[in-house]
Design a protein around this ligand. Structure first.
Ligand code: SAH
Length: 243
C-alpha cells in the first residue's frame, strides 16, 4: 500500500511517520508514504496556491489548478483519491477497513477557507473526521492514514486487532496492568484467576456494559443478540448490586 498526501505543510506530515508503530511499519515496508507540497505545483511565480472566493466572503480558497497538477504528478490507474472536508460523513473503522484494501490512496489536505468546489471532479470520495471545523486537512489525513496503516498485515500484532473498539459495533472491554492495587483500587479478581473461559465471558460482559454506558447508539447499528442481552442484563444487575 502506498499513501500520498498533498499538503501545504510537508514537515508537519512527514514527522508523524517517524514515530512509534507507524515508523516501524514504514521501516518494515508495510506501506510507503509520499508527501507532496502543493506549492510545488503552482504556476504562479510567487508560488501562490490560494485566492479570494468569487461572489465575496471571508478568507482565501485553495485554487483547483495546483491541486489538479499535483494529482497528475502522483495519480496512477489504481489510485483512489480522498478529499478531506468537513462536508462529508464522518470517517469510521468500517471506512478504514475498506480503504486498507486499496493499492494507492491519495489524500488532499485543504486549508484556509477550503478548496475550490471544482476539485470535486478530480476525487473519488470526501472524508470528514467529524462534525467540527479544523484549520486544515493535515490532522485528518494523519488520522485516516494511521487508522488504515495499523490494519495492514504486519503493522501490528494481529491479536491486538481482533477485539478492538468498533470491531463489530461494540466498545472494547476495560483492561488493567501492574500494579494489582493502586490507591486502594483493585484489578478485578477474575483477571488474576487464570480461568480463560470466565475471563472471556467477563470481558464480553464489560464490553457490552461500556457500549451501553458510552455508545448506546451502536446497538442500533448491530442489535444485541439473545446471548448478549442476557449478559448485559447480568452486568447491569451486578453493577446495581455493587452500588
Ligand atoms: N469553510 C469550510 C471549512 C474549511 S476548513 C466549511 O465551512 O465547510 C479548511 C480545510 O480543513 C478543509 O478544506 C479540509 O481540508 C479541512 N477540514 C476542516 N474540518 C475538517 C473535518 N471535520 N474533517 C476533515 N477535514 C477537515
Amino acid at each position: 500500500m502506498k499513501i500520498t498526501i498533498l499538503t501545504l505543510f510537508k514537515d508537519l506530515i512527514e514527522s508523524y511517520f517517524d514515530h512509534s508503530i507507524i515508523a516501524k511499519a514504514k521501516s518494515r515496508e508495510v506501506f510507503e508514504i509520499e508527501v507532496l507540497d502543493i506549492r510545488d505545483y503552482s504556476l504562479d511565480k510567487h508560488r501562490h496556491v490560494d485566492d479570494a472566493p468569487y461572489g465575496g466572503g471571508a478568507g482565501m480558497l485553495m485554487q483547483v489548478e495546483p491541486i489538479d497538477r499535483a494529482l497528475k504528478a502522483c495519480r496512477k490507474d489504481d489510485s483512489y483519491v480522498l478529499l478531506t472536508s468537513p462536508k462529508a460523513k464522518p470517517f469510521t473503522q468500517a471506512d478504514a477497513l475498506r480503504l486498507a484494501k486499496k493499492e494507492h490512496i491519495i489524500i488532499i489536505c485543504g486549508h484556509y477557507e477550503g478548496v475550490d468546489a471544482r476539485v470535486e471532479d478530480y476525487i473519488d470520495e470526501r472524508v470528514s473526521l467529524g462534525d467540527y471545523i479544523l484549520s486544515g486537512g493535515e490532522l485528518a489525513s494523519l488520522v485516516i492514514s494511521d487508522a488504515i496503516i495499523r490494519l495492514l498485515n504486519d503493522a501490528i500484532n494481529p491479536d491486538s486487532l481482533m477485539e478492538e473498539s468498533y470491531d463489530n459495533y461494540r466498545l472494547e472491554y476495560p483492561q488493567y496492568t501492574k500494579p494489582e492495587v493502586y490507591d486502594n483500587k483493585y484489578v478485578p479478581s477474575i483477571l488474576l484467576s487464570g480461568h480463560h473461559a470466565n475471563i472471556k465471558k467477563w470481558r464480553q460482559k464489560m464490553a457490552l456494559l461500556d457500549t451501553y454506558r458510552y455508545r448506546k447508539d451502536l446497538f442500533e447499528k448491530r442489535p444485541l443478540t439473545v446471548q448478549e442481552k442476557i449478559l448485559l442484563e447480568e452486568a447491569l444487575k451486578e453493577e446495581g448490586e455493587q452500588n
